[in-house]
Design a protein around this ligand. Sequence first.
Ligand SMILES: [Zn+2]
Length: 56
Amino acid sequence: MAATAVCPECDAEIEVAGVEVGEIVPCGECGADLEVVSVEPVTLALAPEEGEDWGE
Ligand SMILES: [Zn+2]
């Protein structure tokens, strides 16, 4: 079951077959980390930046 979604950052089409909600997929065009927020249809959103060190 092929599926594509559009990168919200650069509008590139990304293959997202078999992904699940909450999964992070990288955009092959701009390299952004995209979170799968819906699967019917597949919708991508920019994943929040990993902020492991909260600066101290
Ligand atoms: Zn992109």
